[in-house]
Design a protein around this ligand. Structure first.
Ligand code: SF4
Length: 287
């Protein structure tokens, strides 16, 4: 059983705080994991929906391998449900609602090596676009193979997975960008997540030798845009590691908030200044 415990006739998935109970054939809230033949398995494993050669800076990573490129892949599903999600066409759907192509770990590594032959600035693989850690097995198995041939592993994640998952993946991660969406439990409830779990993930990755960590806060007007919240968020990050890089980015709402007004640029600039009172490395995005 992978990431599941048995209770009666259902299995409880242990990968994230939602602790979905799954009857045989059911998928969880994330649509990425499901119960099959008495096991909880990642149904999105290797089912690639999105594929691009992206600059490292686009992840965003501002202080790790500038000018280099990552073969970036996404699957489908997410354990959060942020109403403003900009990638909802892959994050809020299941396997029958989106086109995907199965690329096993070895083939993805091979594709990345081929890309590096064409473009020597390719340094590795990024698991991004939707939530990668709900299918952590794919990240982990690809990561082992990538390391063997000198490729780097990058994750872009909401960080809302239980500690044992982070423990499994962290030693294989060369760089991570973790969302810290806001700094109140109320905001995280609105997004369908759990602040304390994300904080624990950030602390764990910050402590991992060899893992470069950056954090992103997407500012959503009227929801997480007060100076007090940004001050608390950035002060806490500084207490974890004052060298952590924070990206304060502008939201262009999509999905349930589609058509909503983008965050004013000045709000993002002002909140970045608030964060700079606590952190040395603060960048703005989407402005
Ligand atoms: S990873 Fe998915 S199936 Fe497992 S508990 Fe979280 S939402 Fe539920």
């Amino acid at each position: 059983m992978m990431g599941g415990t048995e209770r009666g006739r259902t299995l409880a998935c242990t990968v994230c705080p939602h602790a979905c109970r799954l009857g045989d054939g059911q998928v969880g809230r994330c649509r990425s994991r499901g119960s099959t033949d008495g096991m909880v398995l990642p149904v999105s494993y290797g089912r690639i929906t999105s594929f691009a050669l992206d600059p490292v800076e686009k992840k965003p990573l501002a202080r790790w391998n500038p000018g280099k490129y990552l073969l970036s892949v996404g699957t489908f599903g997410c354990n959060l449900s942020c109403p403003f999600c900009q990638n909802h066409t892959i994050s809020q759907v299941g396997q029958d609602e989106v086109i995907h192509q199965f690329i096993p770990p070895g083939a993805l590594v091979e594709l990345t090596l081929n890309a590096r032959e064409q473009e020597p600035r390719v340094v590795g693989i990024a698991h991004t676009y939707n939530e990668p850690l709900v299918s952590w097995e794919y990240v982990s198995e690809t990561g082992v193979l990538a390391r063997r041939v000198g490729l780097a592993n990058v994750i872009v994640s909401n960080g809302c997975v239980n500690g044992w998952v982070v423990d499994r993946v962290a030693p294989l991660v060369d760089a991570a960008n973790i969302d810290l969406k806001g700094f109140t439990e109320e905001y995280y409830r609105w997004c369908g997540g759990d602040l304390s779990t994300v904080r624990a993930c950030i602390e764990r990755l910050a402590a991992e030798p060899g893992c470069h960590l950056e954090v992103t806060t997407l500012v959503v007007s009227g929801h997480n845009d007060t100076p007090a919240e940004m001050d608390a968020l950035s002060a806490w990050l500084a207490s974890v590691d004052p060298d952590i890089t924070l990206h304060v980015t502008r939201c262009f709402p999509r999905w349930k908030m589609g058509g909503g007004r983008p965050t004013p640029v000045q709000t993002v600039l002002d909140l970045a200044d608030v964060a700079r009172n606590n952190l040395e490395h603060v960048f703005v995005g989407n402005v």
